[in-house]
Design a binder for this molecule. Structure first.
Ligand SMILES: [Zn+2]
Length: 269
């Protein structure tokens, strides 16, 4: 599943091809995505793309009338290709540009989304989101205030979009290892000092993943472009039974909130 770094790298990859371009057509071949693609996305036809924003894992293609809001879901991919490039299976949406290129959305599992947000309006699904992890709005004061009295495991807490957006399973595991915090510990029982360390760890793992994804930027404009997951050096995620890279203790795995969780029983307390 694309996580925040993959979505941010998608934004960086497609922006040079889309910004300041006029949208000539929006082709919807199959509107049965996670939610039905609304007719309103056609309002973008004839509009100039001002900017591509990201909020959590949503991409907002902004015009004067409103924004096309896209989500990659479980298996969605965006590519910039020639508009007349042959259509393949699962190519559900084309945003055709005056340049002759198009932004093509392919999504085999159709958990992705393509919605319309009128200018001056905010879609309900975007209103209850916590701060972006890589902005100053996400800081230790914020995390400390929300953690107070919380009994839920710290891992579930940092994966809660109302607390901070975009900390998916891989990055929650990695950030907790970096901060030396047992993922099962109740959020309200983690000291202020350790929450400060965790705040920085979350920012660090996400920033590093985005930086590594930078090598895939050119792939967004290739017909066979498939940036997929970035080659990452994961410390604990997916390493159950392997030795901890810090202390050689075997990495353990447990399920927390229905998500696979990996930790070092020696390094994380
Ligand atoms: Zn260890």
């Amino acid at each position: 599943m694309p996580e925040l770094p993959e979505v941010e790298v998608s934004r960086l990859g497609i922006t040079p091809w889309l910004k300041d371009q006029t949208i000539t057509r929006v082709i919807v071949r199959d509107k049965r995505l996670r939610w039905p693609v609304p007719q309103e996305v056609q309002l973008a036809s004839g509009q100039v793309i001002k900017q591509i924003h990201r909020r959590a894992k949503y991409l907002l293609i902004e015009t004067d009338l409103g924004s096309i809001v896209m989500h990659l879901g479980m298996s969605g991919k965006l590519r910039v290709i020639d508009a007349n490039y042959p259509v393949a299976k699962h190519d559900h949406i084309d945003i055709v540009l005056a340049s002759g290129k198009c932004l093509r959305f392919n999504d085999p599992r159709r958990f992705g989304a393509c919605l319309w947000q009128p200018v001056g309006d905010t879609l309900p699904l975007l209103t209850k989101l916590g701060p972006e992890p890589l902005t100053e709005a996400f800081n230790s004061d914020h995390l400390v205030a929300l953690a107070k009295g919380r009994k839920s495991p710290i891992k579930s807490f940092i994966m809660d979009n109302a607390v901070v957006v975009g900390v998916g399973n891989i990055y929650a595991n990695e950030a907790l290892f970096l901060a030396g915090i047992d993922p099962r510990r109740a959020a309200g029982r983690v000291s202020v000092k350790r929450l400060e360390v965790l705040t920085q760890a979350i920012k660090a793992v996400l920033a590093k993943a985005i930086e590594q994804g930078g090598t895939t930027l050119k792939d967004f404009a290739q017909s066979d472009g498939n940036p997929g997951y970035f080659a990452q050096q994961l410390q604990v995620y997916g390493r159950a039974g392997d030795e901890c890279l810090q202390c050689d203790t075997p990495i353990k795995s447990v399920v927390i909130g229905q998500r696979n969780t990996f930790y070092c029983p020696s390094c994380q307390r």
